[in-house]
Write a protein that binds this ligand. Structure first.
Ligand code: ADP
Ligand code: NA
Length: 298
């Protein structure tokens, strides 16, 4: 089983000619409303990649909650530990300009009230994986991580959105997943002078004993695990947008580990999923399924 402790959001996406500056108003023609949030996206990605997935988090008692839960429910993510709390469902306000650059404001809302208590009622064991990101309170992530370690399972942190991880949380991790920017933030927060994702991942593995994967966009990923380096190219695809590429990578990677694949096999499947997500517009609709991932791995 994979337990995702993380965020659920709705994404409000508006196309604009250009992004606003401070104090400025720009007008777009309409907006689209989609389910999102890194916790939700990664839970869906792990589920579609074939895993049994429990999502622990919080939504409000509002109409946005149903939208946030819609695709997760359709695909069979266990949502019985998503609490309904007295705060608005989390929302991301996303403006996308004509060149495809974006500006995002996230209102945490209910995600700020997400609590790890629910893990106490799950029967966790050695084969289980806890998957964390950085959109719910870190103190609660730590509670969840310690519980999973006590149960003998593995803990994976995707350091997104970028920010410095607490040292106590690092101490609970088996695997850390970062993109190039998050790798730099990690290095800075640890006082490391390395600037290359490869060197940062290597040091994380060697010094902290945390296997580390740096995803490199179209260049694939590099992973260090037990002093061994694996560098894999991303499959070449026709890119529509890269939305949810990182979430698809992380969810599919965790699902492959959960299915018994080793580090390399899981890395391959994460890359295939990330690249497949780039071939379809949007976030959750672009998250690929196991059949497509296995077909691409070949
Ligand atoms: P994030 O979305 O978190 O910034 P990356 O940009 O590193 O993460 O992308 C994660 C994964 O998605 C990559 O490792 C790769 O498999 C896939 N990917 C991202 N961008 C591309 C691209 N332009 N072409 C092919 N695959 C891509
Ligand atoms: Na996409």
């Amino acid at each position: 089983m994979i337990v995702v402790f993380g965020s659920l959001n709705v994404d409000l996406v508006t196309a604009v000619e250009r992004l606003p500056g401070a104090g400025e108003t720009v007008i777009g023609p309409a907006y689209e409303l989609h389910p999102g949030g890194k916790g939700a996206n990664q839970a869906l990605a792990a589920r579609r990649a074939g895993a049994e997935v429990v999502l622990v988090g919080a939504v409000g008692r509002d109409g946005f909650a149903d939208i946030a839960l819609s695709l997760l429910a359709a695909d069979g993510v266990d949502l019985s530990d998503v609490a309904r709390v007295e705060a608005p469902t989390g929302a991301a306000f996303i403006a996308v300009d004509a060149a495809g650059s974006n500006q995002i404001v996230v209102a945490a809302g209910a995600n700020a009230l997400a609590r790890a208590d629910a893990l106490a009622s799950l029967s966790l064991g050695e084969g289980d994986i806890l998957l964390l990101q950085r959109e719910v309170p870190e103190a609660e992530c730590l509670v969840a991580a310690r519980r999973m370690k006590r149960a003998g399972g593995r803990v994976i942190l995707n350091l997104a959105p970028a920010g410095p991880p607490a040292d106590e949380l690092l101490d609970c991790l088996d695997i850390l997943i970062v993109n190039e920017h998050e790798a730099l933030v990690l290095a800075q927060s640890l006082g490391w002078l390395e600037r290359e994702p490869d060197a940062i991942a290597r040091r994380c593995d060697a010094e902290r004993g945390i296997a580390c994967i740096a995803t490199l966009g179209a260049d694939g990923a590099v992973g260090w695990h037990g002093g061994v380096c694996r560098r894999l190219a991303a499959p070449t695809v026709a890119v529509v947008d890269t939305v949810a590429a990182g979430d698809s990578f992380t969810g599919a990677f965790a699902a492959a580990l959960s299915a018994g694949f080793g580090f390399s096999g899981a890395l391959q499947r994460g890359l295939a999923a990330g690249s497949l997500a780039c071939t379809v517009a949007g976030a959750q609709p672009s998250v690929p399924r196991r059949e497509a991932i296995e077909a691409m791995v070949g």
